[in-house]
Design a protein around this ligand. Structure first.
Ligand SMILES: Nc1ncnc2c1ncn2[C@@H]1O[C@H](COP(=O)(O)OP(=O)(O)OP(=O)(O)O)[C@@H](O)[C@H]1O
Ligand SMILES: [Mg+2]
Ligand SMILES: [Zn+2]
Length: 509
């Protein structure tokens, strides 16, 4: 006998409908799952078998074939447990199903038949929202709040296989998920403040520019100058997230299984700070069961790589493509997954192994040692660092003085204003922020007067700038002009942007 149920499959951070067809024929007992089911999905067989038996049903002692269609997409995930178990119960005549075709099922089963939270519910609900007609999805209770973020789709939550079976038979109702939308969560917690940092006005300014346009920034300087301290204060000046950004980022955390079931919403900009020993798969993404890496978890926020040259060469080189494309494609056996990776990279480093090269203290490293150390940040990677800033040691007077420094709140409101200018300018275009402009956008939105044009030409020749460097300087200049509420990019804006591109001449020779 045959049964067929709907579920969805996750590809990257999207979901698409999949049919689960179950055929039970007499013959030797086998239980097979076909249709590009990956190894981990095949583990569903053991859970499904136990869950069925432990809920007082019979597991059919026949030939069971589960087909997942369409067959050309790789299927991964534990949420197939529920539709497979239901299909077996229906196909073996133990449960009758009176529901229409617009019902979808997703959930992991424990051996006792209770339902467990699964990753990817938000993308699934979003995909159903885009289908014609009214759709209903049956999900584990632990995913309720996440499903409730999307008000347009009806979600029913349950704790157990048995309960869902009696619902199918019309004997029981399931809890309807309260549509909460994405407005009901708490504001960001208190964070360390820029007001604590003495001196370092140039670095603070550059971080403000980076935050306003989502540019990349490299902080370089001797130990103890405050690089880590500065970077860790960046979240306190990041602008609010738009609703689209919240949903986009939350969706990635959903797929990565990192949402808190009670507050399943990423509504403060991510600040990810992976350790320098972290593997390439954890930073870039991928793995046996593919997952988004740190660069995707930093979506719409910041990826902070402290002691940048000490990350593995693999990681540093693999960063180049996503830094350019703002998406990452991770390949694995026979298939690839694509995840968003639009973040501002904040990297910090010492200029040499001892840390004092180029400072007022004596450096004990040999030139080859210095070149080897800095050489780990390759030319093409350095070229992607829009703002390169020196963070020198603060002197005694700066440290002890009580000169007034701007608080994070003041800086944040300037950043917020600059963002709003960008949103307005790009409202009819595909990009949202200056850092996202493509070459054609740069030509349209970064027009220079003749004076600035000749400054750019001089710098281009003197700094041996690449075409990429050229575009990046103009994008930064655009952000500086926006912070200045200036429609046009003027000489001082361009000059400041150029000043952030000159460190490689000092350290990388
Ligand atoms: N500009 C500053 N104003 C106030 N305190 C500072 C400043 N710079 C450093 N400090 C103090 O020194 C501590 C160490 O600074 P931090 O760790 O940020 O230095 P770093 O540049 O990252 O050094 P390293 O290269 O060794 O990693 C800070 O936690 C802070 O207490
Ligand atoms: Mg540090
Ligand atoms: Zn040194």
């Amino acid at each position: 006998m045959l049964a067929s149920l709907n579920t969805l499959v996750i590809t990257g951070i999207d979901a698409m409908p999949v049919k689960v067809e179950i055929d039970i024929q007499s013959g030797l007992p086998v239980f097979d799952i076909v249709g590009l089911a990956q190894a981990a999905l095949k583990e569903a067989r053991e859970r499904v078998k136990s869950a069925i038996k432990n809920n007082g049903y019979q597991f059919p002692n026949h030939r069971i074939v589960v087909n997942l269609a369409p067959a050309d997409i790789k299927k991964e995930g534990t949420h197939f447990d529920l539709p497979i178990a239901l299909g077996i119960l229906i196909a073996s005549g133990q449960v009758s199903m009176s529901l229409g075709y617009n019902y979808y099922f997703a959930g992991e089963l424990s051996l006792d038949g209770s339902l467990r939270q699964v990753p990817g519910i938000l993308p699934m609900v979003l995909a159903l929202m885009n289908l014609a007609g009214e759709q209903t999805i049956v999900i584990p209770s632990a995913n309720s709040r996440e499903a409730g973020l999307v008000t347009e789709v009806r979600s029913l939550a349950s704790n157990s296989l048995a309960e869902i079976c009696s619902f199918l038979e019309g004997q029981d109702t399931l809890t309807s998920v309260m549509a909460s939308g994405s407005e009901t969560y708490s504001p960001p917690a208190l964070q360390p403040d820029f007001g604590d940092v003495r001196g370092q006005e140039m670095a603070k300014r550059a971080l403000q520019v980076a935050a306003a346009g989502m540019h990349n920034i490299l902080l370089i300087g001797p130990p103890g100058g405050g690089k880590t301290m500065l970077a860790r204060r960046l979240p306190s000046i990041l602008p609010e997230m738009s609703r689209e950004e919240v949903l986009e980022t939350t969706r990635i955390y959903s797929v990565a299984n990192l949402l808190n079931p009670d507050y399943p919403l990423v509504n403060t900009r991510p600040f990810r700070a992976p350790h320098k020993n972290a593997s390439s798969a954890s930073i870039i993404g991928g793995g046996r069961i593919p997952r988004p890496g740190e660069i995707s978890l930093a979506q719409n926020g910041v990826l902070f790589m402290d002691e940048f040259p000490e990350f593995s060469r693999d990681v540093l080189e693999a960063l180049r493509q996503p830094l350019e494309d703002k998406v990452v494609t991770v390949a694995r056996a026979q298939a690839t997954s694509t995840y968003p990776a639009n973040f501002s990279l904040v990297a910090s480093c010492n200029p040499c192994p001892c840390g004092f090269y180029g400072s007022d203290l004596e450096c004990h490293c040999s030139p080859p040692q210095i070149q080897k150390y800095l050489g780990r940040i390759s030319g093409p990677l350095l070229d992607r660092m829009d703002l390169q800033v020196e963070v020198p040691r603060v002197n005694f007077e700066q440290l002890r003085g009580n000169s007034n420094t701007e608080s994070s709140e003041v800086i944040r409101s300037k950043v917020q204003e600059a963002r709003e200018i960008q949103y307005r300018r790009f409202s009819r275009y595909k990009v949202n922020l200056n850092s996202e402009m493509r070459s054609s956008d740069v030509r349209r939105f970064c027009v220079l007067d003749s004076e600035s044009e000749s400054l750019l030409k001089q710098a281009f020749d003197k700094l041996n700038m690449s075409a990429r460097g050229h575009d990046r300087v103009l994008k930064v200049a655009r952000t500086i002009a926006d912070l200045d509420h200036s429609e046009s990019i003027n000489m001082p804006h361009l000059a400041e942007a150029l000043q952030y591109r000159s460190l490689d001449r000092k350290y990388w020779k």
